[in-house]
Structure formats: structure tokens, C-alpha cells
Design a protein around this ligand. Structure first.
Ligand code: DGJ
Length: 694
């Protein structure tokens, strides 16, 4: 008997089917199929022929490939009995439940010792498919590996894109050609990591940012993932995602994967990006006050580091507010005897040497300036030089002889004593003060991977959020070390990078936008000379790069010249004037014909308005700028296009051009098929182009 199910969202169809009660497989995934398509015929048609040197039938790439079915690739489940004996399940269909856009498939192992459940949910508005798997046993077992439901990868794709990175260099895109065998990425650091953003994009041959077919995946888990992108000997391809292997320390009777977010796009990488951006903003994140505009931040880290002085902070707050800041975030250094990064983590009590009357005088001052107040914590961490470590050395995770990271250890988040302690200390600070924001940091990798640690972090976040639902949380881990949809179910912002260098940020933001909308992506105007790169950058470029995302400042405002102050003030005012629509706009990566130019088009929902940020990271190879081809406009419509910052053109931009004089009106067709030619400009500058339906 053949059973088939389909999920549709108007743009893509996913067909899942199986025969003879065996585990189901994805039979089709791509552009929408006609309603009347006969799925049984489709299932049968998908059968691969056999020839010499092959088995007599081809084992299917099921949603959890079984080792017992001579599967020629990586299995989807590796599990052992407590005595170490491998348990090799053979699944039989038990039941299917179909409700609206959700499909749940249940399979029982033939010995009835193990139940496997897969869940698929397709979102008709965002076009994201959420897929997850769970196993339940009749006795505790050791889990080695459990993949979220396995998807096939397209055959007409020559390469795959995944992400690497480092501190101050997040979201580097790597392209790897498909070839027989597998690309295997496993992050065993215990946190999402700068190095391992858990995602894969498969552009089909010829796909660009704006056109062609592309498939993309993201695994929403903060404890380190494993990805297998494998081409089998017969040429078929499979994609597996799950938590890193051997993360479960104890035998249990139930394990589940995090959600795998998957999407097919028929309009290039941007189709994937828009789906992820909208899904994250509108489905994953929960906003304490959904109608409140994203406030402009001021964060004092790079202004004062650990050197907190009340009068100075008040002065800085006044200057930040005058520039346009609406939330003041007090970073590291306010607690214990935290005079540098060697001590006091976990001593979460206000440092009375720095704040003799507590935090209230600073908070009151900040509030009197019209700003709200946020505060930094690094809850999962402890310095050996801290009162809490001296009292509870057994709370630290890992051995005494472990290598320290920033002179600190992780707390064992699976211990209920640790959970209670952290909840008590953090909630007493939150309850006693008018605080609406936490910057939640995590500055080292774990001594060993451990899924219980991530579950412990999630539990603490969930408990604090339930108690303080008005508090927003930013996920930071030495910058972008904990960015994923799992943490974003519990937070509202990410600190993309510790690099406030606008040149570096330009690229990072551009790549991260495949997953992250403006609303969640923090971006701050840093000091004139960047503290992490040493590069000196003009205030115009710094301001506009921050204005591409959730804007903030992090420099010491006392360093600003009058001219810098005015530029920053004006850009901030522009951002505030436009944030209502920018927050919900789609960020589209423009296919740039110039390697030096990172351009993106923020398109208002409905398409009536856009802004293009064309950032030039370096000098170009050719002397004259190449036209920028915009995207997703109506070809027949007329658009009024204006260079917002045309006054910034340099002396060496000498020729007459209408755009230098004022707005022009051209068709969408021209803007998309020929492109907009911009004036010449220096490296490390940004043209800002505003457009609207004429
Ligand atoms: C690392 C973060 O990424 C920085 O922004 C800052 O909060 C420091 N930690 C504080 O120690």
C-alpha cells in the first residue's frame, strides 16, 4: 500500500510518501504542483532503476534513514541500549495525523520498543517548513545521533553554501562543490558559536540573490549542531541536521530534535532570506510590546569598559539622549568587584564602591532623559575569583584543570541549585529596578558539549521571561556566538558581532540578513577608531551602516566633533522617521556587479517604497561605478528615486548626473533590468537611495 501526503503554501509543495508501511520519504519538494497531481503515480515514478553493482532495489532516503535497510549513507538515528548494544530499529507505519498545515507521522519499531514521530508544519504566509523528530523508548537508552526529518537535496546544484566565522568576523559564507561523500560539520563547543552558524543553502545551478531556485535550512538550537550534506554513491543527496552527536550524558526514554527550518525559493537566495526574516520576526520572536517601535540604543561598553563612574555615566547618558538614544544599556562592570574580566562573574550584586546608592540614581537619571534602562548579565558563567565560586566550587561545569576561557568557567546549568541561585539573583535586580532590557552574554565555549546545559539555559530564560514579561533580552556571546532560532524563541535581539568596524559590519550584516530581519539585528555606531580593528572610519559611513539595522551607539559621545555630532544626530533622526516601515521591510541582497559594493534593498511590505544602501567596502577594480540592478519592483510602475545623501559626494565625483541634482523618475523595468548608476565615491562610503512609487 502506498501512502502519500502533501503540504502546500501556494509557492512550494512538499510531498511525503511511503510504501508497504515503511518509513516515509520526501518524494517531491519544489515549486507548487497542480492540485490534481496523483501522488501515488508520483511516488511510483520516483523509483530509481537498478543496474550492475547495485542492490536489487534502492533503499529510500527516508525521513530517518535506517541502518537496517542497507542504506548507503549516514543513518538518521544511532542509539544504544544501556549495556552498549547498538539498537537497530526497523520502523513500521503506525499513524498519520493531518490538521491544516501540520502533518504528524508516527512509526513503531518492529519490536515495539521505540516510537518515532516526525512533525512537519508549513507556514502559508512565511513559506517556512518547520520539521522536528522525537523518539520514545520503552526503556532508557543512550542517544548518539538523531536527525531532524531528513530532506533530499536537489541534483541540479553544483555547490552548497554554509557559514563559518570568528570573533569579530561572523557570518562568512563558504561555497563547497557537491561531490560523492559528505560535507560534515559538527560544532562541539556547546554553544551556537561564531564558527558554526547552523545553516545550509543549496542554490540550484545559475541561482543568484534575486533569481533561480534555492533551498535553505537552519537548525534552531543553541548547543552546537551537526550537519551532514551527503551525496550517495548512486548520486542522490541527503541533508541531515541535529544536535552535535553524543551530547546526551545520560540514558533517557525520550529524545527530540530542535526545529529544522526549511524553505524552497523560486526567486533566488532572497526568497529564502525573506522567508527566514519574516518567520523569525513574526513567528519565532515574541515581542513584549509588539507595537512599540524599536528604540535607539546606547551601550556604554566601548566608552567606559569596567571603569564605571556615576557622574561620567550620567554625562554620557545626557549626550546619548541628545543624539537620539532611547534606551541606555549598562554593560559589564556594575556588580561584585568587577574591575576587569578576571573576577566576580556570578556575584550578581551591585558594586557599592562604584554605586554607593545602588543603581537607582543612574536609572532615575536615564529615565529623566526619556530613555529606558537595560543591564548586562552573563548568567551561565563564573570566575574562580568570585565569592560564589569560593562558596560553591562544585557548581562549575567541567574539571578543575580545564582550560579557562576569559578567566572563567561555565556554571553547570543542569543543577537545580544553580538555576535557583541565578533566578533569585537576577530577579532581585530586575524586581528592585525599572529595567526593561537584559544584554545576556556568554563569553566562552563549554569545557565539553552537553545538551543538558542548553536545556538549563533555556529553562532559566523561560522562567525569567515568565516572571518579567516586559523585559526584552539580547543574545550576545562575545558578539555573535549565540545566534539561532532556538535562542530567538526567548530573546528579541542579537549582538551580531563585537566588531563595530563599519567595513566588517557591512559584510556581516549583508550575509546575516539571509536569516535575520532588521528588527532583531543590533548595530551600533562605534568609536572613530575602531577598538577591535584599529581602522579609523568616517562618521557618515559608521552611521549609515548602523542605520541598516536596529540602530544604536557605542562610542564615547564625548569624542564626537561638532560635525560628527550633527551627522550622527541627522542619521538617527532619519532612522527614527523610517523605522516603522523598515522594521517590517524585506531585506533583499542586490546582485552587485562590483565585488567592493555590498548593496541591499529594504522593500516596504506592499512594495510601495524602498531604500537601497550601497556600501563600498574597498576601491573598485574598474574606475566607474557599475549599475545596481534592483529587484522585486513592478516593471511597469514608475518610481521616484533620490540619492538621500547626495551632499556627501566627494571632490573626485566630477561629472554631471541627474541623481546628483535631485530625484529622477524611472520605471521598475529600468531599475531592475538595467540598474541604477550611482556617482563615483571613495571606499568606506555608503550611498543611500530612497525610492517610492511615483
Ligand atoms: C562581550 C560582549 O560581546 C561585549 O559587547 C561586552 O558586553 C563584553 N562581553 C563585556 O564583558
Amino acid at each position: 500500500m502506498i501512502r502519500c501526503w502533501r503540504l502546500d503554501d501556494g509557492r512550494q509543495t512538499l510531498v511525503i510518501g511511503s510504501a508497504k508501511g515503511r518509513l516515509a520519504e520526501v518524494v517531491y519538494w519544489g515549486p507548487s504542483l497542480p492540485d490534481e497531481e496523483d501522488l501515488t503515480t508520483l511516488y511510483e515514478t520516483d523509483t530509481l532503476d537498478v543496474t550492475g553493482g547495485m542492490l536489487d532495489a534502492n533503499p529510500e532516503i527516508s525521513i530517518c534513514p535506517e541502518a537496517t535497510r542497507s542504506f548507503p549513507g549516514q543513518p538518521g538515528l544511532i542509539i544504544r541500549d544501556t549495556d552498549g548494544t547498538p539498537f537497530l530499529p526497523k520502523f513500521c507505519f503506525e499513524q498519520a495525523e493531518r490538521k491544516d498545515d501540520v502533518l504528524i507521522l508516527v512509526y513503531l519499531d518492529q519490536t515495539r520498543a521505540l516510537t518515532y514521530t516526525a512533525r512537519f508544519a508549513i507556514d502559508p504566509e512565511t513559506h517556512i517548513i518547520e520539521a522536528s523528530a522525537e523518539i520514545e523508548m520503552d526503556r532508557p537508552m543512550h542517544l548518539h545521533w538523531l536527525s531532524a526529518p531528513v530532506f533530499p537535496a536537489p541534483q541540479l546544484a553544483d555547490e552548497m553554501i554554509d557559514f563559518a566565522g570568528r570573533w569579530c568576523g561572523e557570518f562568512q559564507m563558504n561555497r563547497t562543490p557537491w561531490s560523492p561523500g559528505m560535507r560534515y560539520r559538527e560544532n562541539r563547543t556547546g554553544r551556537t558559536g561564531h564558527e558554526h552558524f547552523p545553516a545550509l543553502i543549496i542554490p540550484c545551478r545559475g541561482a543568484t540573490n534575486a533569481t533561480g531556485h534555492a533551498y535553505a535550512f537552519h537548525y534552531g538550537w543553541s548547543g552546537g549542531h551537526r550537519m551532514v550534506a551527503e551525496e550517495l554513491p548512486d548520486g542522490r543527496r541527503q541533508v541531515q541536521f541535529g544536535a552535535a552527536a553524543r551530547m546526551e550524558g545520560r540514558p533517557l526514554t525520550r529524545f527530540s530534535t530542535a526545529k529544522l527550518y526549511a524553505v524552497f525559493s523560486d526567486d533566488g537566495l532572497n526568497g529564502c532570506a525573506v522567508a527566514f526574516q519574516r518567520h523569525l520576526r513574526d513567528r519565532v520572536v515574541t515581542w513584549p510590546f509588539p507595537d512599540r517601535p524599536r528604540p535607539v540604543h546606547y551601550n556604554c561598553w566601548e566608552a567606559v569598559y569596567f571603569d564605571h563612574n556615576l557622574d561620567e555615566l550620567k554625562d554620557i547618558a545626557e549626550r546619548a539622549a541628545a543624539l537620539g538614544a532611547e534606551r541606555f544599556v549598562l554593560d559589564d562592570g556594575w556588580f561584585g568587584n568587577r574591575d576587569d574580566d578576571t573576577r566576580a562573574l556570578s556575584d550578581w550584586e551591585v558594586d557599592m564602591r562604584k554605586y554607593p546608592d545602588g543603581l537607582t540614581p543612574l536609572i532615575d537619571h536615564v529615565k529623566s532623559l526619556g530613555m529606558t534602562f537595560g543591564i548586562w548579565f552573563e548568567p551561565e558563567m563564573i570566575n574562580p575569583d568570585s565569592d560564589i565560586f569560593r562558596a560553591h566550587p562544585d557548581w562549575a561545569l567541567g574539571g578543575e584543570d580545564q582550560i579557562m576561557g576569559r578567566q572563567q568557567m561555565a556554571l553547570d546549568m543542569s543543577l537545580s541549585a544553580v538555576q535557583s541561585f541565578l533566578f533569585a539573583r537576577m530577579s532581585s535586580i530586575l524586581a528592585a529596578h525599572d529595567i526593561d532590557y537584559i544584554k545576556w552574554d556568554h563569553n566562552r565555549v563549554l569545557p565539553m558539549p552537553d545538551a543538558a546545559q542548553t536545556r538549563g539555559s533555556y529553562a532559566l530564560l523561560d522562567r525569567l521571561r515568565a516572571e518579567f514579561p516586559h523585559v526584552e533580552i539580547e543574545s550576545c556571546a562575545s558578539g555573535g556566538g549565540r545566534i539561532d532560532f532556538g535562542i530567538m524563541e526567548r530573546t528579541q535581539r542579537v549582538w551580531l558581532s563585537d566588531s563595530n568596524d563599519a567595513v566588517e559590519r557591512l559584510r556581516m550584516q549583508h550575509n546575516a540578513s539571509i536569516f535575520l530581519p532588521m528588527a532583531v539585528t543590533g548595530s551600533h555606531v562605534g568609536p572613530r577608531t575602531c577598538h577591535t580593528s584599529g581602522r579609523t572610519i568616517d562618521i557618515r559611513f559608521r552611521s549609515w551602516v548602523a542605520a541598516q539595522r536596529h540602530m544604536g551607539f557605542e562610542m564615547d559621545p564625548r569624542e564626537l566633533t561638532t560635525e560628527e555630532w550633527h551627522v550622527l544626530h541627522d542619521t538617527t533622526a532619519w532612522w527614527k522617521d523610517n523605522r516603522d516601515w523598515l522594521t517590517f521591510a524585506d531585506i533583499l541582497r542586490v546582485d552587485s556587479a562590483d565585488d567592493a559594493v555590498f548593496a541591499e534593498q529594504h522593500l516596504e511590505q506592499g512594495g510601495g517604497r524602498f531604500v537601497v544602501f550601497a556600501g563600498k567596502s574597498a576601491t573598485s577594480h574598474q574606475i566607474a561605478p557599475r549599475p545596481l540592478r534592483l529587484t522585486r519592483l513592478s516593471p511597469d510602475a514608475k518610481y521616484r528615486v533620490e540619492l538621500r545623501n547626495r551632499e556627501d559626494r566627494p571632490f573626485w565625483s566630477r561629472g554631471p548626473m541627474p541623481l546628483k541634482e535631485g530625484p529622477i523618475v524611472v520605471s521598475g523595468a529600468y531599475l531592475m533590468y538595467h540598474g541604477l548608476t550611482l556617482p563615483w565615491n571613495y571606499p568606506e562610503t555608503m550611498w543611500v537611495i530612497e525610492g517610492s512609487l511615483a
